[in-house]
Each structure stands twice: as C-alpha cells, then as structure tokens.
Design a protein around this ligand. Structure first.
Ligand SMILES: [Fe+2]
Ligand SMILES: [Fe+2]
Length: 352
C-alpha cells in the first residue's frame, strides 16, 4: 500500500520540525509554506496546519486548501497559537476538523491526525465521528427545547444512545475524547465527555445492553438544567464567585424540573439529573443526601462527571493528565465510593 501523503503547512518551519518528525510515523510528510499551490497537488490523506490564523496569508492558504479538496472530508488538524473560543470557531470555518493548542506534544498531534484519517464506512474513526455527530444533534435539540421553556421530548434522546456506545466500543474512548474536544461549546463538550466516559464505564462493568443504554441516557442529559443558567455564568472562564456558584448549582434541581415537565418517568434518569452533585458524606447538593440515599448508578455518574470536568480541554488551559485526575478522585474518599473510583480508573486505563 502506498504511504499516506501528509502535509504540514507552517509559517515557522524551525519550530514545526518536531511535529513534522512525529507525523512521519503516520505517513510521508512534506513541510510546506503558505505559498503552497494546492491546485497542483494530487491526493492527500491529511494536513496539519501550524499557522497564525490572524495573518491573511494563513487564511488565504487554508481557504485555497479547502477549495481544492472540497467534498473529500480531508482531515485538517489545526494548531492554535492563540487558542480562544473565537479562534477555535475561526479555524473550523477554515476547514479544521480537529483543533489542538500549539503546545500539544508532537505525538499528540500525530495521533489526532491518525484518528481522523482512513474514514472508510466501517472504520473506527467513522464510527466515532458518527456517534459524536448523532449525540451532538440529540443534545442540541434537547438543550434548545429546555432553553425555550418548551416541554423537552426525551424520545429524541434514544436515537443517540446506540451510536455513543458503538463509538466507544468499536472506535475507542481515546478517539471519542479527541473528537469531542473539538466542540467549541463548553456545556456540549462536557455532556459528550460524560456520556463517553459513562459508556466506557458501563461496558467495562459488563452492564447488560439495556442497562448500558439507560446509564448513557442519564449521562447525556445529566446537565440539561444548564440550559436555563445565564450564559455569562455558564461560560465564564475561571472561577465563579459565591453568588454565581449559587446560581450555577441550581442546575441540578432545574434539570429535574425540566424533565418532569416534559413527562419524563424514568426514575434512574430523574435521580441522576437531580443528584449527580450529591456526595456520600452529605456535603453535596441540592438535597444534601448522604450514604445509602445515593444510589449506585448516581455514584457511578458522579465519578464520570468529576473526571470529565477535571480533564476537559479549554482553549485557555492545558488539560489535566489522567493520572492527576485519578489522584484527585482517589483523594475524595468519603465523598465518592473508593471501590467505584478504582473500578473507573481501571475502565479508563483499559480503554483504547
Ligand atoms: Fe452538573
Ligand atoms: Fe456535569
């Protein structure tokens, strides 16, 4: 099989050398500048852009690339030097399929590109991109209904569950997390992270198929109450002040009310939405439940939720590594069930 043809387009070839070297593990990689004549190129398997997107030459170059390969689903990993939500959106409009901060290790850049290429119909990358897309659609309509005050239609959620489980089982949790990180809305990113982690946990624990779906369902909708939290609080970078925190914390009870108004009857989903911030020692919210009053499924979801919050990727901060996040969960003994935290660590470590 001929080697995959890759291109690294950069406006700082000296500093991009390490990325170029890492990409050679994925395919034959040519390093080019913004003056690349894409029209003269044959097929490409993938592109990494290491460009300053505020420069007109960079924009022109990526637009020309997009025009040349239109309709081909060319994977384009965009390294962001100034990673803000705006630059993430800008990169996507220029054809980026995955965005990473410029400080990402070269091997992570190569892995992100490798995850994106080879999108044959049954390829793991395709299964994951379809699962993320389906789950994203479901979440979009659910949150829009919740925000508008209309009754939410939980029936639409069902269509997202099997694709999430298939994506994590056949495509691997690592690909799921990589793909979800490219979502530029923090709440969507978080809900999709929690859903993927819940799928991995349920598969690892050997849940029956119906139970896997019920758990992933609860995970996907657990923060539906955030649809009614003001965006200035929801999307505030950095820490919330005490008043903002009080407002933010209403999302658990709000979510429960939203689902009840929509006619939701599934006790597991209702309890998961209301109680996913309760702690075994009674220090959680909204009802200060403790010990046996918190069901096993809620305990599992709370672990996925905290891990997702710790390891989420934001343009303005480096992600926390898995061992550091697991150490924080382990230090929450008394609040979280240690046996389940350990099992969750095994589930994540066993993931591809
Ligand atoms: Fe929450
Ligand atoms: Fe959450």
């Amino acid at each position: 099989m001929p080697e995959r043809a890759l291109v690294l387009v950069t406006d700082r070839p000296d500093r991009s050398a390490a990325v170029g070297a890492a990409l050679r593990a994925v395919g034959s990689c040519e390093v080019v500048g913004t003056d690349e004549a894409w029209t003269a190129r044959g097929s490409l398997a993938g592109v990494v852009s290491d460009l300053t997107l505020s420069r007109p030459e960079a924009v022109q170059c990526l637009r020309a690339l997009e025009t040349r390969f239109k309709g081909r689903n060319l994977p384009v990993v965009c390294l962001l030097r100034n990673a803000t939500p705006d630059s993430l959106r800008h990169a996507k409009t220029l054809g980026a399929t995955v965005c990473l901060p410029a400080y990402a290790p070269p091997e992570a850049v190569a892995a992100a590109l490798a995850n994106q290429i080879d999108l044959a119909p049954s390829s793991p990358a395709r299964v994951v991109s379809q699962g993320v897309a389906r789950a994203g659609e479901v979440l979009t309509s659910l949150m829009a209904e919740a925000r508008s005050g209309q009754p939410v239609r939980m029936g639409t959620v069902e269509a997202g569950l099997a694709p999430i489980l298939a994506a994590v089982q056949d495509g691997g949790l690592a690909r799921w997390l990589d793909t979800v990180w490219t979502h530029d809305d923090a709440t969507y990113q978080h809900c999709l992270l929690v859903a993927g982690l819940a799928a991995q946990f349920a598969l690892h624990l050997g849940f029956k198929q119906g139970d896997q779906q019920r758990f992933v369902r609860a995970a996907l909708v657990h923060d539906v109450g955030k649809a009614r939290i003001p965006l200035a609080i929801l999307n505030k970078p950095g820490r919330l002040d005490p008043d903002e925190l009080t407002v933010m914390r209403t999302h658990a009870a709000l979510g429960y009310d939203i689902l009840r108004e929509g006619g939701e009857c599934d006790a597991l989903t209702l309890t998961a939405v209301r109680h996913h911030h309760e702690m075994l020692d009674g220090s959680g919210y909204p009802d200060g439940l403790s010990g046996d009053a918190i069901s096993d499924v809620v305990r599992l979801l709370t672990i996925c939720d905290i891990y997702a919050a710790l390891t989420e990727r934001r343009p303005y901060k480096a992600p926390m590594a898995m061992p550091d996040a697991m150490a924080i969960l382990a230090a929450m003994e008394g609040k979280l069930e240690a046996r389940l935290v350990q099992s969750f660590g095994e589930a994540v470590a066993a993931a591809r």
